[in-house]
Design a protein around this ligand. Structure first.
Ligand SMILES: Nc1nc2c(c(=O)[nH]1)N[C@H]1C(S)=C(S)[C@@H](COP(=O)(O)OP(=O)(O)OC[C@H]3O[C@@H](n4cnc5c(=O)[nH]c(N)nc54)[C@H](O)[C@@H]3O)O[C@H]1N2
Ligand SMILES: Nc1nc2c(c(=O)[nH]1)N[C@H]1C(S)=C(S)[C@@H](COP(=O)(O)OP(=O)(O)OC[C@H]3O[C@@H](n4cnc5c(=O)[nH]c(N)nc54)[C@H](O)[C@@H]3O)O[C@H]1N2
Ligand code: SF4
Ligand SMILES: [Mo]
Length: 747
C-alpha cells in the first residue's frame, strides 16, 4: 500500500475491461473509491500479467474530468448538469420523430462496448427498437478483412481460428505488435512470457512488420516488409510450399476443398517475383516458407497491420490458407478453435438455411456492403451529410469517439455538427460527445460485473471467469444496461414501461433460447435463473446452456454463474481441442480455400505489382499508455516526442530534415503538423505516427489532454477513394504522404 494511504477497506477481483488480454486484477477500495489496482497472480488466464493501463484504472476511475451526471445542451450551446429524469424526458421529446422515419437514427458503438456485459447483452434491444440498419462500429475500421476472410472460410466471422501459441513450434506474426498492444483477436495475457516460452522450448518466432517493433526485437527473424504487401509475401511463401512439395495433404482435414487449386494459383508468385514488391530478400521468403512448412507445428497470426491496408481480406485469407495447406489447422500447436464458455456463433446450431452474414444489404449513398449486421463506418459521415430519402438525421453514440477513430475526421466532425439530434453514452466530454444534445454517463467500473463474452472467442485456453460487481450503484448512478433499456423504451414508444418489465422481456427471450440450447423445459430454466436480474441473469443463462453448462441442473458440476462467483480466479477447462468439422458454419459445412469473393480481388493485387515505389508511406503505432483516443487525459503520457513522426535516418537525410524539426505531413486529402524524430527501427520509405490524438477544438471537457493535444492521424485518411476492395475498410497503413519542414512561425 502506498505510504500515507488510509487503511484498505477491502479488495476484490476485477477483470480488466480495457484490452483483449482481459487480465485478472485486484481492486483495493476505500469507500466507493478505487485506491489501488494490482495484478492478480492467481488468475488462471493472466497469471499476474497486467500493464500500465490496467494498473492505471484507479486513476481513470477517479479522473476529475469524467462525466458523472447526465449533461444537457443548454440554449447557449454549453452543457448543463441534469437529472436522469430530465435527460430521458428530453430524449423522449426528440428521439421518436427519428424512429418514425425508419433508418434515420444511426447508432455507433465503440471499442469499450465490445467488452462490457451491458452492451453485449442489451445493445441489440436498442438497435431493434430504433429499427435501423445504420449501425456502425470500429469493427469495420479494425477487423473486417479478417472477419470476412474467416466468415467465407469457416462460416463465422467471430469464432476465428486462433494460434495455439502455448504449444506451437513456429509462430509467424504479421502486422501485430503484441508486446505493446497485448494482442488482438487473440486473448493471451502475458505475451512476453508466452513468446519467451516459445523460444525456450526451441520454437521459432518470425515477425513481419515494416518496423523493428518490440515484438520484432524478440523474434528470431524480423521481415521488414513494405506496407501493404503481405498478400504477396504470403503468396510467395505458398509458392515455395507448392513448388518444393512442402504441403501436407495427409494432415489437411477432409472437409477442405480447393487444396490443389490454391496451390496452383500460388505457384505463379515465386519469391523472386514478389520479393522486389515486398522489399524483402527472396532467400528470406524461402527460408520462412521452409521453416514454417517443416516445423512439427506452425501457425500464422495476422492483425491490424494486415487488416487496415490495401489488400486486407486477401492477406487474411492467405494466412489461413498457409496454415491449412501445411497441415496445421485444428491441431495442437497450429490454428485451433476455442470453445467459449458462454457459447456463440460457432457453438450454436446452424441456422437453416445457413446464410453468410455479409452483403445482405448496402449503404444508401455509396452502396457499400453490410458485414456482420453493420455497415462500414466510413459511410457514417456521408449518410448524415448527403440529403435525400433515408438520410441519417439523428445519432446515438455508445462508448465511441468516431471524431478521432474514423478516417477523414473533418468530414466526421462536420457530420456530427449537422446531425439534428445526438445522444452519447460516454464518460468524457470529448471530440465526439461535444456535439451531443444529451450525454449519459456509465457508472463506475466497480459497480459492474465482468465476463468477456466476445473475447472468450479469442482465448487461447478454455478458461471461464467472472468478476462480480464490487459496489452497489451509488446515488445518481444508473447501470449502463438500464440506460440502454430506457433508450430502447423511448424508441419503442413505451417510455413509462419499468426497467424491470423491460429486462424481464429480454430475459424471457433468452430463457426460451437457453432452454432450446440446453434441451430442457423453459419453466425449469426460468426457475433456475429467476433470482438474478440484468446482465448477471443473461450471463447465467448463456453459461448454463453453453458448452460447459450445467443445463439448469441436469449436469452435476456443470458451469453456472454461481460456480464462477465461487471461483473468482476462474475455472480451467484445459487447452484448445480439435473442433472440426463441428465448428464450421459455412452453407455446405466445408472449408472452401478458394472463396469466389476473395479470389476475385487477385487481379487488383496483380496490378499493384507494377507500381513504382517512390515516396513515403505512413503507418501507425500504438503506445503503451494509450487506448485508442481515450486514456490520454487520465494517465500521464510520456511527453517527449509523444506524437512525433518517426522517420528513418536515410529518409531524413534525403529530405534534408533533422531530429526535432517541425514537419508538415501531407496526404491526398489533408495536412497535419508535428515534430520529427529520427528512428532506426523503421524501414526506409516508411514513416510512423500514433493515432487517437488531436485533442483540439472548442468545447472539450478533457483539460489535461487538451493541453497536449497532439496531431490527429485521421484527418489524413481518406474515407472515399482508398478503401479495401472487399470490405470497404479504410486504409490506415501504407498511406502515401509527403513530409516537409513546416515554415517558421506558422503553427
Ligand atoms: N497500448 C495499447 N494497446 C492497445 C491499443 C492501444 O491503442 N494502445 N488498442 C487496442 C486495439 S483497439 C487493437 S485493435 C489492438 C491492435 O493490436 P495489434 O494488432 O497488435 O496492432 P498494433 O500494435 O497497431 O500493431 C500493428 C503493427 O502492424 C505494423 N504494420 C503497419 N503496416 C503494416 C503492413 O502493411 N504489413 C505488416 N505486416 N505490418 C504492418 C505496424 O508497424 C504495427 O507494428 O491493440 C489493442 N491494444
Ligand atoms: N489511424 C487509426 N485509426 C484507428 C486505429 C488505428 O490503429 N489507426 N484503430 C482503430 C481501432 S482498432 C479501434 S478499435 C477504434 C476505436 O474507436 P472508438 O471506439 O470509436 O474510440 P475509442 O478511442 O476507443 O473511444 C472509446 C470511447 O468510449 C468511452 N468509454 C470508455 N469506457 C466506457 C464505458 O464503460 N461506457 C461508455 N458508454 N463509454 C465508455 C471513452 O470515453 C471514449 O469516448 O479506432 C480505430 N481507429
Ligand atoms: S494488458 Fe490489457 S487487459 Fe491487461 S491490464 Fe493491460 S489493458 Fe488491462
Ligand atoms: Mo481495435
Amino acid at each position: 500500500m502506498p505510504s500515507g494511504a488510509g487503511p484498505v477497506a477491502r479488495t476484490g477481483h476485477r477483470i480488466c475491461p480495457l484490452c483483449e488480454s482481459t487480465c485478472g486484477l485486484i481492486f483495493e477500495l476505500e469507500g466507493r473509491a478505487v485506491t489501488r489496482v494490482a495484478p492478480n497472480p492467481e488468475d488462471l488466464m493472466s497469471a499476474g500479467h497486467s500493464c500500465a493501463k490496467g494498473l492505471g484504472l484507479a486513476r481513470l476511475e477517479g479522473d476529475p474530468d469524467r462525466i458523472r451526471v447526465p449533461l444537457l445542451r443548454a440554449g447557449d450551446g454549453s452543457f448543463r448538469e441534469a437529472t436522469w429524469t430530465e435527460a430521458f424526458e428530453e430524449i423522449g421529446k426528440r428521439l421518436p420523430e427519428f424512429v418514425a422515419d425508419p433508418g434515420s437514427c444511426a447508432l455507433y458503438h465503440g471499442n469499450p462496448a465490445a467488452h462490457h456485459l451491458d452492451s453485449t447483452f442489451y445493445l441489440g434491444e436498442l438497435i431493434g427498437a430504433l429499427g435501423t440498419r445504420n449501425v456502425f462500429s470500429p469493427a469495420s475500421v479494425d477487423t473486417w478483412p479478417k472477419n470476412v476472410a474467416h466468415l467465407l472460410l469457416y462460416g463465422s466471422g467471430l469464432g476465428m481460428s486462433l494460434p495455439d501459441i502455448d504449444r506451437t513450434d513456429y509462430l509467424l506474426v504479421l502486422g501485430s505488435n503484441p508486446l505493446v498492444s497485448n494482442g488482438s483477436t487473440i486473448t493471451a495475457p502475458g505475451m512476453d512470457r508466452r513468446l519467451r516460452a516459445l523460444r525456450e522450448r526451441g520454437g521459432t518466432l518470425v515477425v513481419v512488420d515494416p518496423v523493428r517493433t518490440r515484438t520484432a526485437e524478440v523474434a528470431d527473424t524480423h521481415v521488414a516488409i513494405r506496407p501493404g504487401t503481405d498478400a504477396l509475401f504470403l503468396l510467395g511463401l505458398l509458392a515455395v510450399v507448392a513448388t518444393e512439395d512442402l504441403a501436407r495433404p495427409e494432415r489437411v482435414p477432409r472437409v477442405v476443398d480447393g487444396f490443389d487449386e490454391v496451390l496452383a494459383l500460388a505457384a505463379e508468385y515465386s519469391p523472386e517475383i514478389v520479393a522486389p514488391v515486398c522489399g524483402v530478400d527472396p532467400d528470406l521468403i524461402r527460408a520462412v516458407a521452409r521453416g514454417f512448412a517443416t516445423a512439427p507445428s506452425a501457425v500464422a497470426h495476422s492483425r491490424m497491420g494486415t487488416c487496415m491496408q490495401e489488400f486486407g481480406t486477401l492477406a487474411n485469407w492467405l494466412v489461413e490458407v498457409l496454415t491449412i495447406v501445411t497441415g496445421n489447422v485444428d491441431r495442437p500447436g497450429g490454428a485451433m478453435f476455442t470453445l467459449p464458455p458462454a457459447g456463440g456463433p460457432n457453438t450454436w446450431p446452424v441456422s437453416k438455411p445457413p446464410r453468410l452474414t455479409f452483403d445482405r444489404w448496402r449503404s444508401r449513398v455509396r452502396g457499400l456492403p453490410e458485414a456482420l449486421g453493420e455497415l462500414p463506418a466510413v459511410c457514417l459521415a456521408e449518410e448524415i451529410l448527403t440529403p435525400g430519402p433515408g438520410r441519417v438525421r439523428a445519432l446515438i453514440t455508445l462508448a465511441g469517439n468516431p471524431a478521432r477513430s474514423l478516417p477523414n475526421s473533418a468530414a466526421v466532425e462536420q457530420a456530427l455538427r449537422e446531425v439534428e439530434f445526438m445522444v452519447s453514452v460516454d464518460c468524457y466530454l470529448n471530440e465526439t460527445t461535444r456535439y451531443a444534445d444529451v450525454i449519459l454517463p456509465p457508472p463506475p467500473l466497480a459497480t459492474r460485473g465482468h465476463h468477456d463474452v466476445t473475447l472468450a472467442h479469442f482465448q487461447v485456453r478454455n478458461v471461464a471467469r467472472y468478476t462480480p460487481p464490487l459496489l452497489e450503484l451509488g446515488a445518481g448512478e444508473l447501470a449502463e444496461w438500464e440506460i440502454l433499456l430506457r433508450l430502447a423504451a423511448i424508441a419503442r414508444g413505451v417510455p413509462d414501461l419499468s426497467t424491470e418489465r423491460l429486462d424481464d422481456e429480454v430475459a424471457a427471450v433468452a430463457v426460451r433460447r437457453a432452454a432450446k440450447l440446453a434441451g430442457c423445459e423453459p419453466e425449469r430454466v426460468e426457475r433456475a435463473t429467476r433470482d438474478r436480474r440484468g446482465p448477471a441473469r443473461l450471463l447465467d443463462l448463456r453459461l448454463r446452456s453453453g458448452p460447459y453448462g450445467d443445463r439448469f441442473g441436469e449436469v452435476e458440476g456443470g458451469l453456472t454463474l454461481a460456480l464462477l462467483e465461487a471461483n473468482p480466479n476462474g475455472i480451467d477447462y484445459g487447452p484448445m481441442r480439435p473442433r472440426l468439422p463441428e465448428v464450421l458454419r459455412t452453407p455446405n459445412g466445408r472449408i472452401d480455400l478458394m472463396p469466389e469473393l476473395i479470389v476475385a480481388d487477385l487481379p487488383r493485387l496483380r496490378a499493384s505489382m507494377s507500381r513504382g515505389h517512390d515516396g513515403l508511406l505512413l503507418i501507425n503505432r500504438r503506445q503503451r499508455r494509450g487506448m485508442n483516443s481515450w486514456l490520454h487525459n487520465a494517465l500521464p503520457q510520456p511527453d517527449e516526442g509523444q506524437c512525433a513522426l518517426l522517420m528513418s535516418p536515410a529518409d531524413a537525410a534525403e529530405s534534408n530534415l533533422v531530429d526535432g524539426d517541425r514537419v508538415t505531413i501531407t496526404s491526398r486529402i489533408a495536412a497535419v503538423r508535428t515534430e520529427l524524430r529520427i528512428d532506426r527501427t523503421l524501414r526506409p520509405g516508411v514513416v510512423s505516427m500514433p493515432h487517437g490524438w488531436g485533442h483540439d477544438g472548442p468545447g472539450l471537457g478533457t483539460g489535461r489532454s487538451a493541453a497536449v493535444p497532439g496531431a490527429n492521424y485521421n484527418v489524413l485518411i481518406d474515407d472515399e477513394q482508398d478503401l479495401e476492395a472487399v470490405t470497404a475498410s479504410p486504409i490506415f497503413y501504407g498511406v502515401p504522404v509527403t513530409v516537409t519542414r513546416a515554415s517558421e512561425g506558422r503553427d
